[in-house]
Design a protein around this ligand. Structure first.
Ligand SMILES: Nc1ncnc2c1ncn2[C@@H]1O[C@H](COP(=O)(O)OP(=O)(O)O)[C@@H](O)[C@H]1O
Ligand SMILES: [Mg+2]
Length: 256
């Protein structure tokens, strides 16, 4: 598989400096520095429980930072008003681990929901058009009248991504987008993440355990180890090391 290049863009859409976060005496993030450049896909790797989901919850103001600086689209997430935070969240799409569709709604209604709630000025025709365009973009227009229970796991994941994209976010945060999917479906989701980057010019953080995914989608890879990003660079750079904490990660994915 070909290595994606690191982008040359120097405009930052996320800037994290010296971020600490603890729960009681348990120190999860211990001085995290991380930048996301405009237009790039940045993959975040790390063992379970290292604080990857905590990090993206801090980015959208669902958790507060302990200390440090967290800027998203040039705004300090912990210093803005609630109203400003809600406005910022519209520009940051997050697709959570296990984030479910509304089971009692059709695919169409699932996609309409965020639009109607957040952009009340749209006419019915505009809503229909937006829903159809977005379903077409994820290759699932034919499922528009189906219920989530009738879809495969991979299709539900794609619909979930479409539901997030329909608000046209500038930043996408994907939390383990391929978790629990079979290898073929994983490849489909990887190429969807790349298509989203190209078509919608989003900047994305992709949290994953799946190194095939990391290699396929990441312009850069960052590995969270002991509360900090200790390795960051291209996929090759991150894994070209004798660091004993990194190697098991690689072996687990490619040798087992
Ligand atoms: N709201 C919370 N309250 C207390 N502990 C939490 C909370 N959220 C996460 N944690 C703890 O922080 C650690 C990192 O969690 P998480 O970011 O979910 O890990 P992962 O890297 O697997 O996504 C875990 O030990 C988890 O139990
Ligand atoms: Mg997690």
């Amino acid at each position: 598989m070909e290595q994606k290049p690191t982008l040359k863009n120097t405009e930052k859409v996320i800037e994290i400096k010296e971020l600490y976060k603890s729960f009681g005496n348990y120190h999860v993030l211990k001085g995290v520095d991380l930048d996301l450049y405009k237009g790039e896909n940045l993959v975040v790797l790390g063992k379970s429980g290292t604080g990857k989901s905590v990090l993206i919850k801090i980015l959208v103001g669902l958790l507060t930072p302990g200390s440090g600086e967290v800027k998203v689209l040039n705004q300090h997430v912990d210093q803005i008003s609630y109203k400003e935070l809600l406005a910022l969240r519209l520009k940051v799409g997050f697709s959570f681990q296990n984030s479910a569709l509304y089971d009692s709604m059709t695919v169409r209604q699932n996609l309409e929901f965020p639009l109607v709630r957040n952009q009340r000025k749209l006419t019915k025709a505009e809503v229909n058009l937006a829903v159809e365009e977005m379903l077409d973009a994820v290759g699932l227009l034919q499922t528009i009248n189906q219920m989530p229970s009738e879809l495969s796991g991979g299709q539900r994941k794609r619909i979930g991504i479409a539901r997030t994209l329909i608000l046209r976010p500038e930043i996408m945060l994907y939390d383990e987008p391929t978790a629990g999917l079979d290898p073929i479906t994983c490849l489909e989701i990887n190429s969807l993440i790349n298509q989203v980057q190209e078509r919608f010019h989003t900047s994305s953080i992709v949290i994953t355990h799946d190194l095939t995914c990391a290699k396929a989608v990441g312009n850069r890879v960052a590995m969270l180890l002991d509360g900090q990003f200790q390795r960051i660079g291209t996929f090759e750079e991150v894994f070209n090391t004798t660091d004993e904490r990194v190697k098991p990660f690689y072996d687990y994915n490619f040798i087992q």
